[in-house]
Design a protein around this ligand. Structure first.
Ligand SMILES: C[S@@+](CC[C@H](N)C(=O)[O-])C[C@H]1O[C@@H](n2cnc3c(N)ncnc32)[C@H](O)[C@@H]1O
Length: 288
């Protein structure tokens, strides 16, 4: 396989060490300055992703930087944010259990800082679409900026709307993701946008929210309703000192999933045959 070469307008993930990492767009003639020297983008164009470069000026003898192709999880952790974002491990489960893949049509509310928006946009392309809604102008502005930086504008529509009360005029949606304080209040309205067997996903930090959401999903005929919490532990690997790292994020939130179904009352119930009636092969009463 041929390694992909860096071109103008590509997004790169420039890494110096664990703390100093940047998501940058390559522009001809531009220079990126750090406290470990500067890097000229012209020197990167034509090199394969996965290269190392040494910063200038040469009299410092250069510092080593790694030039990587950004992963969707890199967008999330390095984007401008003000709201709590969906972390990569939770996003992974949302994609998998939310049935989201290339070609999916997805609704998301609220978009907050656009972290999940970028993940979704990355996975539904080239034929799918993400419709992202929020009630706050500041969230819409930040999401727009982050989606643009991730070069995903083509696959994402960002609009101001209150998911609880406004009609979104969307239909046959594959998955809906709610990351709002009161997801249970949205369920009755948003289920109309979902196609049958489509998935509703709700992210909530507290169990009180999960209970209200689950009961509302049950009331609205959703099936296969489950809630999960993911806890990610990073391992420190050292000679004779391999163990989980001491510091970790202990809780992000709970993820609740449910599938929309077309429910029916059991037609056999209440039709118990009389003693002088026969039953057909499929269980329906037949008269003599
Ligand atoms: C925690 S943030 C979402 C973070 C986002 N998932 C991310 O990964 O960046 C919650 C957002 O929901 C928005 N919100 C709250 N109620 C809403 C509603 N009824 N309709 C649409 N958005 C709403 C808030 O303005 C806020 O920006």
């Amino acid at each position: 396989m041929i390694s992909e070469q860096i071109k103008e307008n590509d997004l790169i993930y420039l890494v110096y060490d664990n703390r100093r990492k940047w998501l940058l767009t390559i522009k001809k003639g531009e220079i990126f300055h750090t406290n470990r020297g500067y890097i000229e983008f012209n020197d990167l164009i034509g090199k394969p992703f996965g290269s190392v470069v040494f910063s200038k000026p040469f009299h410092t003898q250069g510092y080593k930087f790694y030039v990587l192709k950004p992963l969707p999880s890199d967008y999330i952790l390095h984007m401008a944010r003000k709201t709590q974002i969906i972390y990569p491990e939770d996003a992974g489960l949302i994609l998998l259990y939310g049935g989201i893949s290339s070609g999916s049509k997805v609704i998301e509310a609220g978009c907050g800082s656009g972290a999940l928006t970028c993940i979704l946009g990355n996975y539904i392309r080239p034929d799918g679409h993400v419709y992202s809604f929020d009630i706050r102008d500041s969230s819409l502005k930040r999401t727009n900026k982050n989606v643009k930086k991730a070069q995903l504008e083509e696959y994402v529509t960002i609009k101001k709307a209150d998911i609880l009360n406004e009609d979104l005029n969307l239909q046959e949606i594959d998955s809906i993701i709610l990351d709002i304080p009161q997801p249970w209040e949205a369920i009755e309205k948003v289920k109309e946008y979902l196609k049958l067997s489509g998935i509703l996903v709700s992210f909530s930090p507290t169990i009180e929210q999960v209970k209200k959401t689950t009961f509302k999903l049950q009331k609205n005929g959703f099936f296969d309703i489950n809630t999960y919490e993911l806890i990610k532990r990073t391992m420190q690997v050292k000679e004779n000192a391999t163990r989980p790292q001491v510091r970790m994020i202990g809780h992000t939130g709970y993820l609740t999933f449910g599938r929309k179904i077309k429910n029916l009352k059991n037609p056999y119930r209440g039709k118990k045959p009389n003693s002088n009636e026969y039953i057909s092969m499929n269980g329906m009463p037949l008269r003599e």
